[in-house]
Design a protein around this ligand. Structure first.
Ligand code: MG
Length: 434
């Protein structure tokens, strides 16, 4: 990369998003330490903390009970996902007034490719500032955001993180790697807890070490093509999303042997197919934001174009659900179990001829922000569940199903599930499902 490599990406990240929306909505909370809780439990983790709360060391992921100790006056508000979704759409619409939005990365993050004149530093800075002003003027005066400008999308995201709140950080080619050196490995998307441990074990302890790695070595450390993508993005190369991330799906289906045709056996086969699809997903370095489950009853035939939609009739049952893109098989298994339970309610006592699973809505795993609405799922260490699932599955297989429960605590689940349905409609926009 040369010194005249242009700025190609603008990345925008709302500051303390859920907490700021609450403060926007309820002026009496402004200037106060506020945390947002996803469930009515003292033992769940905050999904956002206002800047006033952050001064006490409280952050996203701090347990509510601990937050009350750290800051006795902290205001705990229950998450209202419908409100956050509404603001999300208003924010995206506002950004569009200034520049086309290329990718909606999460409920509070968007990435915009810069084109032509927008790539000149002074023009990019002007766009960033006009977006910031526009959000405060047209969406909410209390909503601050941090913007990053850089030659690659990943660096733009890193840049946006470098100054909060209300930041504007520019990483130009000649700033690399100097401006990155003070960062920690975990500050880079795609380096979760597992990956930074692995890197440290292999002698990569600082961003300087990371920068020195060759492309081949980075790929080897990652164990997949995702490492190579990371190298390119780190060094400021702009690489397009891989074609398979736009189009393809990962699917497996299985015609059941006679003794596997009762509901319990069919469910186990469906789980097995999902494990297989999950392994493939991770090997390809992708995350999935949608899953279709299909079950054909004995004597039935699959409908035409059965793969990606919900349908049900006397011949079979199909469902297609959306969620925050994930690589985590444990999470996908809980989703499958929920869908299977619905199938059992609607079509009890059937025998099955075949079952199939399709993962779609695929995107590169490195571009996915962990879903903060899912306690225990992908918080901080995106890979944890990925490594956990096989162990959990082995235990359950040995000692019986649900010996180890996957996902959130049963006491928290009802409210959270209801709210999450609303949330799940957001990334439903085209870019996760092209
Ligand atoms: Mg944010």
């Amino acid at each position: 990369m040369s010194d005249n490599t242009p700025l190609r990406w603008l990345f925008l990240d709302l500051n303390s998003y859920f907490a700021s929306v609450e403060q926007q909505f309820r002026p009496e909370l402004r200037g106060k330490p506020v945390i947002v809780s996803p469930a009515e439990s003292e033992f769940t983790s905050a999904i956002a903390a206002s800047y006033e709360a952050k001064k006490y060391g409280i952050k996203t992921g701090t347990m509510i009970a601990d937050a009350r100790v750290m800051c006795p006056g902290v205001v705990v508000v229950q998450a209202r996902h419908d409100v956050y979704v509404k603001f999300h759409h208003a924010i995206v619409k506002e950004v569009w007034n200034h520049i086309p939005v290329t990718t909606i990365c999460s409920i509070d993050e968007v990435a915009c490719a810069l084109m032509g004149r927008e790539r000149k530093v002074e023009n990019a800075v002007a766009i960033a500032n006009s977006i910031k002003r526009g959000i405060r003027k047209n969406v909410g005066e209390w909503l601050g955001c941090s913007v990053g400008l850089a030659p690659s999308r990943m660096l733009a995201k890193v840049a946006a993180d470098m100054q909060k709140p209300d930041g504007l950080t520019i990483l130009e080619a000649h700033d690399l790697p100097t401006k990155l050196l003070p960062l920690k490995l975990g500050d880079f998307p795609g380096i979760g807890w597992n990956m930074s441990t692995r890197l440290r074990e292999r002698g990569v302890e600082t961003v300087g070490d990371l920068w020195q790695l060759t492309r081949q070595r980075t790929r080897a450390l990652w164990g997949s093509i995702e490492g190579e993508r990371f190298w390119y993005e780190l060094h400021g190369y702009d690489i397009p999303d891989r074609p398979e991330a736009k189009k393809s799906s990962i699917g497996h289906s299985h015609v059941l042997a006679a003794k596997m045709r009762d509901p319990d056996a069919a469910r186990l086969v469906a789980r097995r197919l999902l494990l297989k699809a999950g392994t493939r997903l991770r090997r390809m370095g992708l995350a999935s934001g949608a899953m279709a489950l299909h079950a054909i009853f004995e004597g039935g035939e699959p409908p035409d174009k059965w793969k990606k939609r919900s349908w049900r009739n006397d011949e079979g049952w199909g469902t297609d659900i959306r969620f925050h893109p994930t690589q985590d098989t444990a999470y996908l298994l809980t989703k499958l179990d929920e869908e299977w339970a619905a199938l059992m309610r609607e079509k009890p006592n059937r025998r099955f001829k075949s079952v199939g699973i399709v993962l779609h809505g695929l995107c590169p795993a490195g571009h996915v922000t962990p879903d903060l609405f899912a306690p225990g799922h992908e918080q901080k260490s995106q890979g944890q569940g990925v490594d956990l699932y096989s162990a959990v599955d082995r235990i359950n297989k040995k000692y019986g199903q649900d010996t180890v429960a996957l996902g959130v605590l049963p006491g928290q689940i009802a409210k959270y599930v209801g709210a999450k349905i609303a949330f799940n409609r957001i990334p439903d926009l085209a870019e996760f499902d092209e």
